[in-house]
Design a protein around this ligand. Sequence first.
Ligand SMILES: [Zn+2]
Length: 126
Amino acid sequence: MNLPDLQDKADLLYSKALRKSKADHRDMIQCITCPTTLHWKEMECSHFKPRKHKTLRYLGINTQCQCPFCNQRHNDNTEPYMNWILVNLPAGTLTLLNKKMNDDISSLDYRILLDETIKQSKLILK
Ligand SMILES: [Zn+2]
């Protein structure tokens, strides 16, 4: 499979696994940045640092569930998501994300990351 197709597959499976794993017993999830609660299928996997930063694309500390409205708004205003990270994730998470976002990854290592993400997501979705 070529890299763009493999990435599409990893994106789909990772997003689905994240949203399903965050859902409660009624299959519902509350958005991290507003009171909206939706079925996991209507929620979105939101990236704090954009997906173009490949080493952060499938990293748990960079991906949370947001409603479509907040996920869209995050592009213009990152503060609500940033505040959520400060309150809910270990101290130093923002520094780590800022440091790692410029990391380079070779095509070979990226392919390995994609394979691992697909494998892990499938296990979570079992
Ligand atoms: Zn929201």
